[in-house]
Design a protein around this ligand. Structure first.
Ligand code: MLT
Length: 251
């Protein structure tokens, strides 16, 4: 039940390959700035979500997310906030369910598709994950995602590595193949008729800055750049991320 009936629900969509525990620091900081329902859920084969028999694809996640949001809240539209893979899913929602979008928060993500090299690398990771029955190297994955330096970095890297290590190898493989298959959604973003916030980690080692800037330009917004913050902005800098998202909290 919404605290305020006309407030759009907020759906938080995960960065990969972390489960929805990644949102806990942001949710704590948001506190009562969230006026309506707030929903998190895991991607197929990640966290508490069983793996599906369906072919890998982000459209399947987008469709399931919209139906789950509508069933849980009774609302038609929500604010979709996604980090990285979560942003790719948010854009799939925008394409397939435009009337379900009351706002978009795109954190450390991009609208473009993978090139051939990136797709080939994803397939290598997928095969390794299946063979290892878990992420091939959780610690290396965590190191590459966390951009912040100094106090708190080591603890956060350990937390991320431990969370990545919890995830099933076949879930990681499915997610990599789903991301590899996604199309360019720059034009979809350009057509979004709802508030958009773009957050860029100034020290993001995963998403190229040019891609992130192009995404913000397609949305017609000035990106919020968080200096010294890496790929996991909501974990590395929850207060600054919450402040950046403020325009969406009023949607
Ligand atoms: C993520 O954080 O969701 C992934 O790094 C995204 C990607 O691999 O493109």
């Amino acid at each position: 039940m919404s605290l305020i009936p006309d407030a759009a629900p907020i759906v938080l969509l995960n960065a990969f390959p972390l489960d929805r525990q990644q949102w806990e620091p942001l949710i704590t900081v948001l506190g009562d700035r969230v006026r309506g329902d707030l929903i998190t859920f895991d991607m197929p084969g990640i966290g508490e979500m069983p793996l599906t028999d369906e072919d890998p694809g982000l459209d399947l996640i987008a469709d399931a997310a919209v139906l789950a949001m509508r069933e849980a809240t009774g609302a038609d539209a929500a604010v979709w906030i996604g980090c990285s893979m979560g942003g790719y899913v948010a854009l799939a929602v925008a394409q397939r369910w435009p009337d379900a979008v009351a706002g978009l928060g795109l954190i450390c993500t991009k609208a473009t598709a993978d090139g051939d090299e990136a797709r080939a690398k994803r397939e290598q990771v997928a095969l390794a994950a299946e063979g290892a029955n878990g992420h091939p190297d959780p610690h290396a994955a965590a190191e590459s995602m966390v951009g912040m330096e100094g106090a708190g970095r080591d603890e956060l890297v350990e937390w991320v590595a431990a969370n990545v290590a919890l995830q099933r190898g076949d879930g990681i493989a499915w997610g990599q193949r789903a991301m590899a298959a996604r199309p360019d959604r720059t034009e979809v973003l350009r057509a979004v008729d709802a508030p958009v916030v773009a957050v860029i980690g100034g020290a993001d080692g995963i998403v190229d800055r040019a891609d992130a800037d192009a995404m913000a330009a397609a949305a017609g917004v000035e990106p919020v750049v968080l200096d010294g913050v890496g790929h996991l902005a909501a974990l590395e800098a929850p207060a600054a991320t919450a402040d950046a998202l403020e325009p969406l909290l009023r949607a």
